[in-house]
Design a protein around this ligand. Sequence first.
Ligand code: SF4
Length: 384
Amino acid sequence: MVSKGGRNFQTNVRDTEGLDIDDFIDNYEVGKKACFGCPIHCKHVWHIKTGEMAGLTGIGLEFNAAGALHFMAECEDWETIMAFYDGCNRFGLDVASASAYIAILMELYDRKIITKSDTGGLAYDWGSRDAILGFLEQTTKREHIGDVMANGLLKAADVLGHDMMQYVVHSKGLTIEARDLRSHKGQLLGEVVSSRGGDHLRGRFTIEDFHLPPKVTESLYGKPVPSDPRSYKGKAWPTVWTERLCAVVDSVGICKFASKWMSPGLLGPEDMAESFTAVTGIQKTAEDIMIDGDRIYTLEKLFNAREGISRKDDKVPDRYHEPLKYGPYKGENIDEQKFQVLLDEYYELSGLDSDGIPLPESIERLDLNTMDDLESMVTENTDI
Ligand code: SF4
């Protein structure tokens, strides 16, 4: 089981007092909902019956929001989390990033890097309901620290000082989830190299959590993967495989929760090929599906190359070099040298050069060389 990032990843396990999933189910859940046609019904419908928030109803909660507020920001109160979650949905804020921003601000406040003069008088104490709901209001109204953070982490650092980024667990300016991935090298690789920054829905090798025997992973990925999440070995290929699968899952409009991103028994390339062929009449094999995924992801890397994004941005968060303090993976951290070897392996398997830029032969193999604007999508340091 992956640890959770307590106190904005300053620690990884802490006692929890007020937050219990049974409390949520017993006292707030009033039903379940699903997206159109989905049999899974993963969405809780909740309602607050009493107290100052009585009458509030919503749907959720997504783990990365509840996890970030609870573990990272030490919120021990379901109603604050529900109100924040609902407000983010209503005002169009990315709830996972917004929750993580609150934990980051709480650490900056603790360290006196920000003060009440930055926050419009709000005390960003750990777990504070006023800070959590105040941040929501200030961000949507573009006031005080909410206005600064609404521009994103990298621009916020221009205002608050770039030293703050040492306390931020992110990739390419997008926060990495509330789960602490120092111990799970494959999953971390997927988030670090993700084309849009810290993102568990691209190449995160979720199945690493299952500790499957190499024989089973070989039947899934075509290559065995060590079952120990701490191992750096063999983790590049399942990351590449997952990126390709997820690119196709997104393109055909299937939910990740129904795919092998989530669990080995769910939909994989063979199922995508069969459905695609049945719906369109165009014959596709599982292999074709993964080539399509490769093409989509390589195109994303080309977009990134155009924007100057390369190996320097596939970077492990500073905090992940510190050891985990507690739990079964106590002492585990990221060894930068070993991670760079893993990154090289990932680039090679992805058809990228040593700087993370698609190779000319990859572009040709995937028929991307016919794009009119290809030249504008690669930086001048490539030889295409
Ligand atoms: S599993 Fe996916 S498609 Fe189904 S209800 Fe949940 S989010 Fe919607």
